[in-house]
Ligand binder design. Structure first.
Ligand code: OKP
Ligand code: ZN
Length: 345
C-alpha cells in the first residue's frame, strides 16, 4: 500500500483555536502528519509518494467557484484590511433569517459567510496546504484507477466537515469528497465513503445527500451532545435520488468497542448491499480513548479490527486521513488500522 504526502501540507500551522468559548492551543497541528509519516515509513507498507499536480477542476467539481476564490484570496483581503494577526477567525454568521444571497465585500463578512464555526483558524499558507491535501487524496484515487488495490492519502488539514461552500471543523476542502467525485468522473460507477472519525462528516454528507452514486455512512458521537451539533442524526437518510444512500450511526459519549463494532457491522452490511466499485474510508483516529477532544473509548488494537473488517469488504480501498489529536499515539493507531487492513486483505 502506497502512501501519498506532501510537506506543503505542514505549512498550515495554527497555534491556537477557539474551543468551548476559550482560546486554547490548536489541536490540528503539523506534527500530526509528521508522526503518522514516521510510523508509516517504519512499518514499510510501501512507497511514500508526493502528490501529483492537478488543475483546480477536480476541486471545482465539489466546491463552488466563489468559495474557492475566497480561500485563494482571503489572506490578501486580510492584509488589505490592515490586519496584522497571523491567525484569522470569523465571528459573525448569516444564521436563521439572515440573508444568504449577497456575499459581503468586507473580509469579516466573507469569513462568516463561508464558515460554520469559530474553531478553524486560517493563515497565510492555509490555501497551499489545503490544496495539497486535496491533491494527496486525488493522487490516491489515481493509484486505484491505475490498478492498486489500496492507498493511504495522508491528508492534513482534514476534509470531512467542509461543505461545497463552507469551511469549519479544521477542514477547508473535502478531500474524501473530491477523491470520490474524481473517481466518478473517471468512470467508476459507485463509490462508498465510510467515515469512522469520531465527529460526523457533515460536509461529505451534505455534498452527496441527493445522490445515489455515492453512498455515505458515518459512525460518530451523537450530534445532540457533540460537534458539529447540527447534522448527523440517524433520521438523515438522503433526499430525492439519494434517499436511502445516507446512513448515520450517532453513538453516546463513552462508547467503547463492542457498541462501536455493532454499528460498524450494520454499516458493512449496507455497504455490501450497495456493492460499490471503490470504498473511501474517512479515517479518523479520534474515537481513541485518549483523544483529548473526544469521548469514545476505542483502544489501539481496535483500530486493527476496523482495518480488518474493511478488508473483508474486498473492494479497492482509499484511506483518507481525517482527525485524531492524541498526537503521541496517532502514528501507532493509524498504522494499526492500515496493518489490520493489509494483514486481512
Ligand atoms: C475535526 B475532525 C468541542 C470543540 C470542537 C472542532 C472539532 C473538529 C474536529 N469541544 N472543535 O472531525 O476530527
Ligand atoms: Zn474528528
Amino acid at each position: 500500500m502506497k502512501t501519498i504526502f506532501s510537506p506543503d501540507q505542514l505549512l498550515h500551522a495554527p497555534t491556537k483555536e477557539i474551543s468551548d468559548g476559550k482560546l486554547v492551543p490548536a489541536n490540528e497541528i503539523p506534527s500530526r502528519a509528521e508522526i503518522v509519516l514516521e510510523h508509516i515509513k517504519k512499518a514499510q507498507f510501501g512507497e511514500v509518494l508526493a502528490p501529483n499536480d492537478f488543475s483546480l477542476d477536480p476541486i471545482l467539481k465539489v466546491h463552488d467557484a466563489d468559495y474557492v476564490t475566497f480561500l485563494l484570496d482571503f489572506w490578501q483581503l486580510w492584509l488589505a484590511e490592515g490586519r496584522t494577526e497571523e491567525e484569522v477567525f470569523p465571528f459573525v454568521w448569516p444564521v436563521h433569517g439572515l440573508r444568504h444571497d449577497i456575499v459581503p465585500d468586507q473580509i469579516d463578512g466573507k469569513l462568516g459567510f463561508y464558515s460554520f464555526d469559530a474553531g478553524t483558524p486560517m493563515g497565510a499558507h492555509t490555501w497551499t496546504a489545503a490544496r495539497k491535501s486535496a491533491e494527496t487524496a486525488l493522487t490516491g484515487a489515481d493509484l486505484l484507477l491505475s490498478g492498486d488495490n489500496s492507498a493511504f492519502a495522508l491528508c492534513r488539514p482534514p476534509g470531512h466537515h467542509a461543505h461545497r461552500r463552507l469551511y469549519g471543523g479544521y477542514c477547508f476542502l473535502n478531500n474524501a469528497a473530491i477523491a470520490a467525485q474524481h473517481l466518478r468522473d473517471q468512470g467508476v460507477g459507485k463509490v462508498t465513503i465510510f467515515d469512522v472519525d469520531y465527529h460526523h462528516g457533515n460536509g461529505t454528507q451534505a455534498i452527496f445527500y441527493d445522490r445515489a452514486d455515492v453512498q455515505f455512512l458515518s459512525i460518530h458521537a451523537d450530534p445532540k451532545v457533540e460537534f458539529p451539533y447540527y447534522l448527523g442524526h440517524a433520521n438523515e437518510r438522503g433526499l430525492k435520488e439519494g434517499a436511502g444512500y445516507n446512513h448515520n450511526y450517532p453513538l453516546p459519549h463513552g462508547t467503547s468497542w463492542v457498541e462501536w463494532a455493532e454499528a460498524m457491522e450494520d454499516a458493512c452490511r449496507s455497504i455490501e448491499k450497495f456493492a460499490p466499485d471503490v470504498i473511501i474510508v474517512s479515517l479518523g483516529m479520534d474515537p481513541y480513548e485518549k483523544d483529548p477532544i473526544s469521548k469514545f473509548k476505542l483502544k489501539t488494537d481496535d483500530f486493527s479490527r476496523i482495518g480488518a473488517r474493511i478488508a473483508r469488504l474486498s473492494k479497492p480501498t482509499l484511506f483518507v486521513m481525517e482527525g485524531g489529536y492524541a498526537v503521541g499515539d496517532l502514528g501507532i493507531n493509524c498504522t494499526k488500522a492500515l496493518s489490520g487492513y493489509l494483514d486481512t486483505v
